[in-house]
Design a protein around this ligand. Structure first.
Ligand SMILES: Cc1cc2nc3c(=O)[nH]c(=O)nc-3n(C[C@H](O)[C@H](O)[C@H](O)COP(=O)(O)OP(=O)(O)OC[C@H]3O[C@@H](n4cnc5c(N)ncnc54)[C@H](O)[C@@H]3O)c2cc1C
Length: 416
């Protein structure tokens, strides 16, 4: 049965939901407090990476997090602040950073990611959006034996769930891209991963949504909800009130706050990251890679090159921390001799907030007891990877169709 669906949040997740809901015959309205460019969904590294089967809450992450917590230059950092939600989130994270949770999550993450990669390829084929989508795999390039050992260990989880993994020697890594002169001890290559230009993808998708009849409401902020008899009946926005039939909450790092105003407990922390995009890089890498020792991602996106990195639990603070931004540039200069300071002069860093749940798995599904509310958020480092699959799954749920069992781990009320 077709409904009228309001989607709150126009990032990659909200726009993907809009695409699949509209195609399933629903009447769709997409609301965003900003310009519908997606807060976190444009400046990210653009990887569609089924290889990432280890959730953020993984064994060893607590010890690693503790040692890095007070170092503002470390890849992971917690901005110290007195915030009850943050410390509850950290406590839940610590409870999930174990082997049992990893074993429970890895095949679901792989299943959701592969399904989502297929869904994304269908969107690209149906729309003809030119987002420089490429199937070139993803290389984890390691400068130290310690990080190579860690990457090999992680890759065993991807191999165990049936993904293609190749461990490469230093010579094999250099052979992949001789122009880069990478000083590495080896690497791990995931041939099945793909990448795109996320900003161009979202711009293209937005115009296809408009053409398809989706109603867009930019610069409209949802403030609160009207509830009656186990249903959401209205939304209060800063532009007036809207009546609700079905509603999807896909507000990224802001989802916890908006859910709280409805009386729901949905732990979400924003994990800030930065990127730099060069229009004229001195060398264009032949394929995307991550400098694994420093967690800095390097992605060729058509005619542009992007460097992205750092993860800082920052709530909803999007301000740029100069120390952490400088660290990305230091790593680039140290690892890629062709790049000099002047290549980055005048280039402003982009910042975005990854919406993170404490167990590293997204929230996708209906909220029990509120029959017309569906959640689609908490995708952390995998929003581009899982966005299309989430949209397809949400459309199936709202249309009353069966969804694949991989999404069962995403029950939104699991911390309620
Ligand atoms: C540096 C970096 C690199 C990354 N690299 C990758 C990668 O390579 N691959 C990958 O898969 N993922 C990557 N990610 C993660 C990915 O970018 C996110 O998971 C994804 O963008 C989240 O999408 P979203 O739609 O949930 O949230 P967003 O894009 O943040 O969209 C949420 C929207 O909700 C709107 N909103 C919020 N509150 C309200 C309200 N009250 N009313 C109306 N609108 C509201 C906001 O304006 C925003 O537009 C990266 C992230 C970062 C920071």
């Amino acid at each position: 049965m077709s409904s009228s669906v309001i989607i709150i949040g126009g990032g990659v997740v909200g726009q993907s939901c809009a695409w699949f809901l509209q195609r399933s015959g629903h009447e769709v309205t997409l609301i965003d407090q900003g310009d519908l460019q997606g807060s976190c969904s444009t400046g990210n590294a653009g990887y569609i990476c089924p290889s990432h089967v280890v959730p953020l809450a993984a064994p060893g992450m607590v010890a690693k997090g503790m040692s890095m917590m007070l170092d503002p230059k470390a890849p992971f950092y917690i901005q110290p602040r007195l915030d009850r939600d943050l410390w509850r989130w950290v406590w839940l994270f610590m409870r999930h950073a174990n082997h049992r949770h990893l074993m429970r999550s890895r095949s679901s993450l792989a299943g959701m990611s592969v399904e989502s990669q297929n869904a994304l390829e269908h969107i690209l084929a149906d729309t003809g959006i030119d987002a420089s989508y490429a199937r070139k795999g993803l290389l984890m390039a390691c400068r130290s034996e310690k990080h190579l050992a860690r990457e090999r260990e992680e890759s065993e989880h991807a191999r165990a769930v049936g993904l293609d993994v190749q461990v490469l020697s230093a010579a094999e890594v250099r052979e992949m891209d001789p122009d880069l002169d990478l000083d590495v001890v080896g690497g791990v290559w995931y041939p099945g991963d793909t990448h795109l230009h996320p900003g161009r993808y979202l711009t293209g998708l937005r115009s296809k949504l408009v053409q398809a009849g989706v109603k867009m409401m930019p610069m409209t902020r949802v403030l609160s909800w009207g509830k009656h008899n186990g249903r959401i009946v209205s939304l209060q926005t800063d532009q007036g009130e809207l009546a609700v039939d079905q509603v999807v909450l896909s507000t990224g790092a802001w989802s916890g706050d908006l859910a709280r105003s409805l009386g729901l407990r949905l732990p979400v922390q924003g994990a800030k990251g930065y990127s730099f995009t060069l229009d004229r890089p001195p060398v264009m890498p032949r394929q995307p890679f991550i400098l694994a020792d420093y967690k800095v991602a390097v992605t060729p996106m058509g005619d542009q090159l992007r460097f992205a990195g750092t993860l800082e639990l920052a709530g909803t603070d999007l301000s740029v921390n100069p120390v952490r931004v400088a660290r990305i540039l230091e790593v680039v200069r140290e690892c890629l001799p062709a790049f000099r300071d002047h290549d980055f002069s005048g280039i402003q860093p982009w910042s975005g907030l990854r919406p993170c749940s404490p167990d590293g798995l997204p929230y996708v599904g209906k909220w029990p007891g509120l029959e017309n509310l569906t959640l689609a958020t908490g995708h952390a480092m995998l929003g581009m990877t899982l966005g299309a699959g989430t949209g397809q799954t949400v459309a199936r749920m709202i249309s009353g169709e069966a969804v694949s069992s991989a999404w069962n781990v995403c029950r939104p009320d699991r911390f309620a």
